[in-house]
Design a protein around this ligand. Structure first.
Ligand SMILES: [Fe+2]
Length: 250
């Protein structure tokens, strides 16, 4: 690994310690990972294969979110052993977020459609997770990785809110939010807040605009939210990959 990349990782790690979030330009990730435009196009095509999220809206025109969910067990490898982590797919189980973090779902278990094998086996997915793991302040030897591939559809008749729950934390340790693509829509500003009750201060506003633009947060230190998307034409979309890190369940 080159010195520039090591310095970049160190800087991101330091920002995650304080103030608790870091923005990584997509250009930097594309330079750091051994992949070309054709690889990234193939990777982005997985987002054309998502399914309707039944927990948003009711059947009909107010359903705007499509997603799939996957889980990996991550184990760090000795240096010089190829990819610095191994990822073993885990069976999908109902997805639960504590009501204290995301009140909208009241702690209910959500049955999300599993990620496809093609997605879970995509070498770019593995490389991206390894990249995210490397920038954590103290990358764990072993952890679980939760994957959420999400598309928000944007049309003039949809109230396309990437985070309908508003300001929240996810209940994980760290989350890397990667923009995969954003087409024919505007808005979708990412807001980062200090953790706290009442009206905690908004400490950052930024918009993931280019492919692979990434916001990484320490979920124990900050809360986050993404503003409404506005259509640019008859139909647009915003595709993201959320990579969440938390202890491996025994
Ligand atoms: Fe979230």
């Amino acid at each position: 690994m080159n010195t520039t990349r090591r310095l970049a990782e160190k800087l991101i790690s330091e920002q995650l310690r304080a103030p608790g979030f870091a923005f990584v330009p997509g250009r930097q990730i594309r330079e750091d990972l051994p992949a070309g435009d054709a690889d990234w196009h193939r990777f982005a095509a997985h987002w054309d294969d998502l399914v309707l999220d039944p927990y948003i809206g009711s059947a009909g025109s107010d359903q705007f979110r499509y997603r799939r969910y996957g889980r990996f067990a991550l184990r760090r490898q000795p240096s010089g052993a190829g990819l610095p982590v191994t990822l073993t797919a885990l069976p999908v189980r109902p997805f639960v977020q504590e009501a204290e973090h995301v009140g909208r779902y009241e702690g209910r278990a959500r049955q999300l459609e599993p990620a496809t094998e093609a997605f879970l086996e995509d070498p770019l997915l593995h490389a991206l997770i390894a990249y995210d793991h490397a920038v954590l302040p103290e990358p764990p030897e072993v952890c679980e990785v939760g994957l959420h591939a999400i598309r928000v559809k944007v049309t003039p008749s949809l109230d396309a809110r990437p985070t309908p729950e508003g300001r929240h934390r996810d209940g994980h340790d760290f989350i890397a939010m990667h923009l995969i693509g954003k087409n024919d829509c505007s808005g979708g500003e990412s807001l980062v807040y200090e953790q706290g009750t009442g009206n905690p201060a908004c400490i950052a506003r930024l918009t993931l605009a280019d492919p692979l633009d990434t916001l990484v947060v320490d979920d124990s230190l900050v809360e986050h939210e993404v503003t409404r998307l506005e259509p640019g034409g008859t139909e647009g979309n915003r595709d993201v990959l959320l990579v969440a890190f938390y202890p491996l369940a025994s």
